[in-house]
Design a protein around this ligand. Structure first.
Ligand code: 5GP
Length: 217
């Protein structure tokens, strides 16, 4: 049994990837992220550090590492972030160490970050990054979704709509663009992207040994 599994393509060692999902707030990326994390055992969320206050229902270490500004500044100074940015007056950053180690082991990471963070990550590590942008079917629908959430004031929603327009203007900095008018369909498309990207030759680090074995006779 062990002998057969050693020669199965699915068992080949591969390098992990960094799947970036970006979208304007309210376009569904949080839902799609949750579906991926629930249904795919090989991908884990990259948990960012932030200085913004915790929202109701958020858990420290799960949704974000909630830190004081002084601690965030120390991490920047110590070069502990892949990238960081200031959004709505708060700081957000992607801690490096865990991700680098995980990628080597074949662990995939999911990133819920904006276009600036995406650019920075891509500049640092093009080979591991897969960039997916999720678009809402319309801006009216986006506004409905943001209002329906009931967590933010009218001013905050107006600011988010402005930011949504700005975010959408960066759609062409992504490898894939998916319109979310049906959440299940959108999820299936994102999952298809993930599956195909895992199969890329450059990521399948076990291939050399496998083919060498295959050719030996
Ligand atoms: P929220 O406060 O609604 O959770 O997130 C606000 C914005 O910050 C979102 O657009 C989100 O994508 C972005 N964000 C969250 N974590 C990071 C991060 O680590 N880096 C960057 N650049 N943006 C982030």
């Amino acid at each position: 049994m062990a002998e057969t599994s050693k020669h199965t393509g699915d068992q080949l060692h591969r390098r992990g990837l960094m799947l970036i999902l970006s979208s304007p707030s309210g376009a569904g990326k949080t839902t799609i992220s949750r579906m991926l994390l629930d249904r795919d055992a090989e991908i884990a969320l990259s948990v960012s550090a932030t200085t913004r206050p915790k929202r109701a229902g958020e858990v420290d270490g799960v949704h974000y590492h909630f830190v004081e500004q002084a601690e965030f500044d120390r991490m920047v100074e110590a070069d502990e972030f892949y990238e960081w940015a200031r959004v709505f007056g708060h700081c957000y950053g992607t801690p490096k160490a865990q991700i680098r180690a995980g990628l080597k082991e074949g662990q995939d990471f999911l990133f819920d970050i904006d276009w600036q963070g995406t650019q920075q990550l891509y500049q640092k590590d093009q080979q591991d990054v897969v960039r997916v942008f999720i678009l809402p079917p319309s801006l009216d629908e986006l506004q409905r979704r943001l209002t329906g959430r009931g967590t933010d004031s009218a001013e905050v929603i107006a600011a988010r709509m402005d930011r949504a327009r700005a975010e959408i203007s960066h759609w062409d900095g992504y490898d894939y663009v998916v319109v979310n008018d049906d959440v299940e369909l959108c999820f299936e498309k994102v999952r298809a992207i993930l599956h195909a990207e895992r199969m890329k030759r450059a990521r399948q680090t076990g291939l050399i040994g496998f083919v060498r074995e295959l050719m030996r006779d």
